[in-house]
Design a protein around this ligand. Sequence first.
Ligand SMILES: [Zn+2]
Length: 100
Amino acid sequence: MGSYNQRFPYRCQNGHEGSLAVWLVVDGEEQPDLLRRAGEGELTPPRCPECGAETGIGGQLSLLVFRPGQRPEILFGSATPQDGDRVRQQAPRDPPRALS
Ligand SMILES: [Zn+2]
């Protein structure tokens, strides 16, 4: 898999401007520290590095978290302010089992 971020221009409510790297995919095996930060809600929504205010660049962004060996292995969080700033858990769908 592999973690992935993309830079977006931002302007926070206090007037700070710049470009901010926003994580879109977090691979917990590759970057356990990043996984921890995602779990603590530091990555969503993206915040101004100067003052910590929300940058408003959440938009349509979402965060996919991959943590092999744990249940559930895939977490999907939305970075939109309306959805709150927590990574929500979604239960993985069990594949249908054939009866023998
Ligand atoms: Zn700011």
